[in-house]
Design a protein around this ligand. Structure first.
Ligand SMILES: [Zn+2]
Length: 417
């Protein structure tokens, strides 16, 4: 940029270039002046004929998590339904708002909104490629973690070569499969593995450059957020014993919880704490009910006071005082709900029931940390119900797994810790 000047003074903007000054746009270029538009050329003002913007490398490389991704690292991109993941719906069309009826109700009405979709796109840096706007995925990767990514190459003109550009002291890249350079759209399954070797305090980018006719051009990119400041969250799972049955850990919920928080660079210390007994006339009076056959069941309709009851019971034991600063997940042996957080944000207590799935505990913990449902109008963004694999969606009801979080949620989670 030597020899170029942009000057903003006295409310005016003045730009000077000692050489050429060129404006390129894939769309329209508009000049608008309230008091007129003037063009001066010492050698005349010409209207040239239209010429295509010379793009040296007419190809683009997108990166996506593989179908085996379980959220071990954070990866957030404006989805286009072009990955091999089980749930991957184009964001364009599922970002909007619900009407007055809550998303989970059968008569809920969702309206996609273009303005909100465009605002959402601003969560991602971008550059111009021959295909137009290239949105750069947001990634979080802890030290020692390896991410394997698929690559999608879209090639209009075969480049002479392509190379990855990255900080070799911070990352170890292993090219598992060379990027396909054939004309058309190519899917390179498990193309690259990225391992983070050491902590980094500022944003890092992994880029792909393509060379055509001796000129290099950026054709792909991933942005990695700094991982040098990890936050710590202590989470204790507390088995609750009732009617001689005790709640317990389910499936992979400990890993899914660890991964969910790791995506936000929150290191979770997870443990199973001492069990408590939920029994006695007071508990039976308020927190149990009977089914049609007379069987005694947990009554989870009074869940707000159930949280306080269980927490009070737990801290009756003096030795449990060491768990005061922990997030506390009370695991009840039955109940008809999956789980309930005491509130959205500003709480450390969640209750889960034995019929839950692997992602219920992290879902409730994220509520406790201030994250709304993805389909809630109160969230920063509202996505159509059951269309994402986000932990805060309800896609598990369709038999799918929930494990991802988006960058804007990482900010909320980190600020809660
Ligand atoms: Zn929820």
């Amino acid at each position: 940029m030597g020899g170029n000047h942009t000057k903003i003074a006295g409310g005016g903007i003045s730009e000077t270039s000692r050489n050429e000054y060129r404006m390129d746009a894939n769309g329209t270029i508009t000049n608008y002046g309230e008091k007129g538009v003037q063009q001066n050329g010492r050698q005349g003002v010409r209207n040239g004929s239209f010429e295509t913007i010379p793009v040296d490398a007419r190809c683009v490389v997108e990166f996506r998590p593989t179908k085996d991704w379980k959220g071990e690292f954070g990866f957030d991109w404006p989805r286009k339904a072009d990955s091999q993941m089980a749930v991957d719906v184009n964001y364009n069309g599922i970002i909007g708002k619900y009407g007055n009826v809550y998303a989970t109700e059968s008569n809920a009405v969702f309206t996609p909104r273009n303005d909100l979709h465009i605002r959402h796109l601003k969560e991602y840096e971008f550059f111009n490629s021959y295909k137009g706007r290239y949105s750069v995925p947001n990634m979080s990767l802890c030290v020692g973690t390896t991410a394997i990514l698929d690559a999608i190459t879209e090639v209009a003109e075969i480049p002479d070569s392509m190379r990855y550009d990255y900080d070799t002291e911070t990352f170890e890249l292993v090219i598992l499969k060379r990027l396909t350079k054939s004309v058309g759209k190519n899917f390179d399954k498990s193309a690259v593995s990225i391992k983070c070797l050491k902590a980094f305090p500022t944003n890092k980018n992994i880029r792909v450059f393509a060379t055509k006719n001796g000129k290099e051009q950026r054709v792909g990119q991933i942005k990695l957020f700094p991982n040098s400041v990890l936050k710590n969250a202590n989470v204790v799972f507390i088995p609750v014993r009732y009617n001689n049955v005790q709640g317990s850990i389910k499936g992979n919920e400990v890993d899914i919880t660890r991964f969910a928080l790791q995506q936000s660079y929150v290191q979770a210390s997870l443990s199973v704490g001492p069990a408590i007994r939920a029994e006695g006339w007071w508990f039976n009076k308020f927190f149990t009910t009977r089914d049609s056959t007379g069987r005694v069941l947990m009554d989870d309709s009074r869940w707000a006071s159930l949280h306080r009851y269980l927490d009070g019971k737990f801290f009756e034991t003096a030795a449990n005082a060491s768990y005061r600063n922990h997030y506390r997940v009370y695991m009840l042996p039955d109940g008809t709900l999956n789980g309930v957080a005491e509130g959205i944000g500003n709480t450390k207590v969640v209750v889960v029931f034995q019929g839950r799935n692997d992602s219920t505990s992290p879902h409730e913990l994220l509520h406790a940390m201030g994250v709304h449902h993805t389909f809630d109008n109160n969230g920063l963004y509202t996505y159509k119900y059951r269309n994402t694999d986000n932990i805060m969606d309800y896609t598990h009801q369709l038999g799918e797994q929930r494990f991802s979080t988006n960058r804007w949620q990482w900010n909320i989670i980190r600020s809660a810790i």
